[in-house]
Design a protein around this ligand. Structure first.
Ligand SMILES: [Zn+2]
Length: 180
């Protein structure tokens, strides 16, 4: 999934405990934990969205990639302008990608020799430290028989549908007054 969907689902997860818990530190901690875990859960559903976008690929792939980046910027600015308290959960909703792709990639590149590129050739120790293992666990245990659609351009509409749905859920939760 792209950053816009992760930001929205991260806030929805953060605000979920607001529905049944009183204000206080436990609610904040549970909310932030859910925002963090939301990334792995949402990524499991990316089998229903087109995911062959590539900033260095064909014109179509570039358009899709940078188009979703632009949408993500608009969504994140909108969310954080509604409430600054949404900033931390939004950051946490991206942490899987920051850790796996940037931090582990950097460690792999700088400390362990790699023959086929830092991102593709993780050593066993580094591979075990990847947070996306949560996504792979869910795919193996709940979606092992489900067909994958991430190389089918028509499934751009899977991402459009997901973002639209998440946006309405987020807006409803925000408007209901469960503000942080
Ligand atoms: Zn991810």
């Amino acid at each position: 999934m792209m950053f816009g969907a992760h930001a929205l689902f991260g806030i929805i997860s953060y605000k979920a405990p607001f529905l049944w818990m009183e204000e206080g530190r436990p609610r904040t901690i549970i909310g932030l934990t859910l925002a963090f875990l939301s990334h792995g859960i949402l990524d499991a559903f990316s089998i229903f969205t087109y995911h062959e976008m590539n900033p260095f690929g064909t014109i179509f792939q570039k358009l899709v990639y940078f188009g979703w980046c632009a949408v993500a910027v608009v969504i994140i600015v909108y969310i954080v302008r509604l409430s600054r308290s949404y900033f931390l959960p939004v950051c946490l909703s991206f942490f899987f990608d920051i850790w796996d792709h940037l931090i582990l990639g950097f460690i792999q590149c700088t400390t362990i020799s790699s023959t086929s590129g830092c991102m593709r050739d993780f050593s066993p120790v580094i591979a075990n430290m990847q947070l996306h293992r949560l996504e792979w666990f869910l795919l193996e245990n709940f979606f092992s028989e489900t067909p994958r659609f991430h190389d089918n351009p028509w499934f751009i509409f899977g991402e459009v549908f997901t973002i639209t749905l998440l946006f309405f859920i987020f807006q409803k939760m925000h408007d209901n007054g469960n503000r942080a």
